[in-house]
Design a protein around this ligand. Structure first.
Ligand code: FAQ
Length: 311
């Protein structure tokens, strides 16, 4: 019977149809999805911190309204993604606990500090740009609830990318000091943004199986290349230099050659020793502890409602 279920699952994936929560699925498929969706949800929630830090220091009401909307969207993305993970039989409280106990990862990029308002623009341009490259193919993920969540998330990510680019356009058309701020920010965020796509293909233990299952549609290096090719002409329009002396168009490949990110730095950030790891996790833990009374009140309220229904 198991062989029959497996064959049915394989046929659904091969036909590019969706696996839904009540369908049979291999245990490894379920575990991989829980790992990836939870890490993705945690990233959205942790990703609120670098930018959230600037809401009270936005340079104008307009910039503040835009930034507030963006950070709220990230909270929303985290919540849809936790809901998508819950369809696989896990509990959001448990996933949050695993995050605050450092038993589950979140994206390396959010362990870098946002030091100037130009960083708000560059995060939108690079970090949301990279997120879009990575996430548009996930709209065709074989697992239905994840794929559907991605459609709306990608629409919002496009707005995020545009608001960042528009902020940078305003700054590069401003004073010399503003142009310098943008360049300085680009220098700090370029390499960490390339690392968002994960380790090189030869060093990515999960890619092959995830692609066979139709969870991932492209390898880490394919998506990284797509991001580089998309970003180079945008940098030209802004008049900024991407900090990579090896970056150049390769007509034979029809793509840009580029330098190797510092993978030792990537590993250090994943191991918890990035510039802001400790601060980010401490902040998240504190927020979780401060919210204990809300969770308790909701639990008691739910109990009272249930008791009322019984009489
Ligand atoms: N950071 O075998 P692979 C956003 C881990 S965008 C930390 O290649 P996989 C929007 C990986 O988990 C950011 N860990 O793994 C936003 C695995 O460890 P594990 C979130 C990383 O899963 C913008 C190990 O390394 N986006 O939040 C990273 O096949 C602005 C081996 O790697 C997503 O999560 C990394 N960069 O491929 C929000 C997208 N890279 O779990 C706020 C969905 C790898 O075995 C502001 N996820 N690792 O212990 C994915 O597409 C994939 O999971 C990859 C990694 C591509 C990230």
């Amino acid at each position: 019977e198991d062989a029959e279920l497996q064959a049915q699952f394989d046929a659904t994936v091969a036909a590019d149809q969706r696996i839904e929560p009540r369908d049979w699925m291999p245990e490894g498929y379920r575990r991989t999805l829980i790992r990836q969706i939870a890490q993705h949800a945690h990233s959205e929630i942790m990703g609120m911190q670098p930018e959230g830090n600037w809401i009270l220091r936005a340079p104008s009401l307009r910039r503040k309204a835009i930034l507030l909307a963006k950070v709220q969207d990230e909270a929303g993305h985290g919540l849809y993604l936790y809901a998508a993970a819950e369809t696989l039989g896990v509990d959001r409280d448990d996933l949050t606990q695993r995050l605050v106990d450092s038993r589950q990862k979140y994206s390396s990029i959010f362990n870098y500090p946002a030091l100037s308002y130009a960083d708000i623009g560059v995060i939108g341009w690079f970090v949301d740009g990279a997120a879009i490259c990575n996430q548009v193919p996930l709209c065709r993920c074989s697992y239905g609830p994840y794929a559907r969540a991605m459609i709306r998330i990608c629409k919002e990510e496009s707005f995020h990318q545009r608001q960042g680019y528009e902020l940078l356009l305003a700054m590069v058309n401003g004073t010399d000091a503003q142009r310098e701020m943008v360049q300085e920010s680009v220098n700090r965020w370029w390499w960490p943004s390339l690392m968002m796509f994960g380790p090189p293909d030869g060093d990515s233990p999960n890619s092959q199986q995830s692609m066979a299952w139709g969870i991932k549609r492209h390898t880490n290096d394919e998506l990284r290349q797509r991001f580089v090719d998309m970003t180079v002409p945008q940098a030209e329009v802004l008049g900024v230099t991407l900090p990579d002396p090896q970056l150049r168009w390769n007509p034979d490949r029809g793509a840009h050659d580029y330098g190797e990110p510092d993978w030792a730095e990537f590993k250090a950030v994943l191991a918890g020793s990035g510039p802001a790891n400790a601060q980010r996790l401490a902040h998240r833990r504190r927020a979780h502890e401060n919210g204990a009374w809300v969770r308790e009140a909701a639990r008691v309220h739910a109990e009272k409602q249930a008791a009322r229904k019984e009489v």
